[in-house]
Design a protein around this ligand. Structure first.
Ligand SMILES: Nc1ncnc2c1ncn2[C@@H]1O[C@H](COP(=O)(O)OP(=O)(O)O)[C@@H](O)[C@H]1O
Ligand SMILES: [Mg+2]
Length: 340
């Protein structure tokens, strides 16, 4: 193992550390408990009943119906109404103006792929504030794009942190070093800004995604979170039709966490996804993305990657909110991605 590999390994939070983290996160939960106790008509006993029934934060109470709260906590209907109103008031739930939405859009950063046509297809690059998904067959370039984005983010934001959740053991510090050198960056410095964690199963992967917020609160300026691959563990752990619903539910929860941090902290989330073959497909592409609607609906940008002619890669934009469907062709080279 070379020096970079060792350096990066030290950055990897081992499983135990991630487990310890869960205990630490309990503290904010306690303050949620306190804020539930502050609601009118809620004493310790009622708070406990609400929390144990899953109404453990103001949001879940704010969106509940009076009947639901009556059923789980035994308060009167009029108290339930007061509790809900008060939860809603303190949450500031409601609409924001189009102007505010525009201001939020103005804050969006775009991470370059290094390929003008690729960036243009996405309206300037990989956006912050949302999830971008690349799906495609093995070897289509999903992991290469992840490495390139990490380095390109650090070119634009040298003090930022990149999080790389690696589920298939495909993170390669050597590749980061090559991309850094091609861009005249110091490879060691670049590697030091990339925090890599191997995820050993779906639970661990989900936990690592939740841990990102903690790193941000401790002062890391996280601009890019990579989950490579988003679906591999889910696919391996949930086999057979009977488990599909459970898998989709878990995957949905995982993507909600990713989408929430993307939005709250204006960072870009890049996830990779595999495809499975559709043997009954006679025309067009005989593959489809894993995770189906759940992944599709949670990704703001979806890109289908495939091998093109003469070793090129073709990226096709599917389902983007304000961009037309389009395609571009590029090459993966030693120093990064290049227009073909
Ligand atoms: N150093 C390199 N120089 C040029 N091409 C490379 C290099 N390393 C990897 N590649 C290309 O990237 C491909 C692997 O792509 P990868 O992103 O790992 O695929 P996926 O993650 O979609 O399975 C290789 O088959 C090769 O074509
Ligand atoms: Mg890969």
């Amino acid at each position: 193992m070379d020096a970079e590999a060792i350096a990066i390994q030290e950055e990897m939070p081992p499983v135990v550390e991630a487990t310890k983290t869960v205990k630490k996160v309990k503290e904010p939960v306690k303050s949620q408990e306190d804020s539930i106790m502050e609601l009118p008509g809620v004493g310790a006993a009622t708070a406990e009943k609400l929390i144990s029934s899953g109404y453990d934060d103001l949001m879940s109470i704010g969106v509940a119906t009076p009947g639901q709260l009556v059923a789980v906590s035994g308060v009167t209907e009029s108290t339930a109404r007061k509790i809900i109103k008060s939860a809603r008031d303190s949450l500031d739930m409601g609409f924001i103006s189009g102007t505010d939405v525009m201001a939020k859009r103005d804050a969006v950063l775009k991470i370059t792929t290094g390929v003008p046509a690729f960036d243009e297809m996405l309206g300037g690059g990989f956006e912050t504030g949302c999830i971008t998904e690349c799906f495609g067959q093995y070897g289509s370039g999903k992991t290469q794009i992840a490495h390139v984005l990490a380095v390109n983010t650090l070119i634009a934001h040298p003090d930022s942190t990149i999080i790389y959740i690696d589920t298939e053991n495909t993170f390669r510090p050597e590749r980061i070093t090559q991309f850094a050198k091609a861009n005249k960056l110091d490879p060691d410095e670049t590697l030091a800004h990339i925090k890599v964690a191997k995820a050993y199963n779906t639970d661990h992967q989900m936990l690592l995604a939740e841990k990102v917020e903690e790193l941000i609160k401790k002062g890391d300026d996280v601009k890019l979170v990579i989950v490579d691959s988003l679906t591999a563990h889910f696919r391996a752990e949930f086999v057979g039709r009977g488990t599909l619903a459970e898998r989709q539910q878990k995957l949905n929860k995982h993507m909600h966490v990713l989408s929430k941090i993307a939005d709250m902290y204006n960072l870009s989330v890049y996830v990779t996804n595999q495809v499975m073959s559709k043997p009954d497909q006679f025309f067009g592409d005989p593959t489809e993305a894993i995770g189906g609607h759940i992944v599709g609906h949670n990704s703001t940008f979806r890109i289908y990657l495939r091998r093109g002619k003469k070793g090129t890669r073709v990226a096709k934009l599917i389902d983007a909110p304000n961009m037309p469907d389009a395609e571009c062709v590029f090459n993966v080279v030693e120093g990064g991605l290049e227009e073909a």
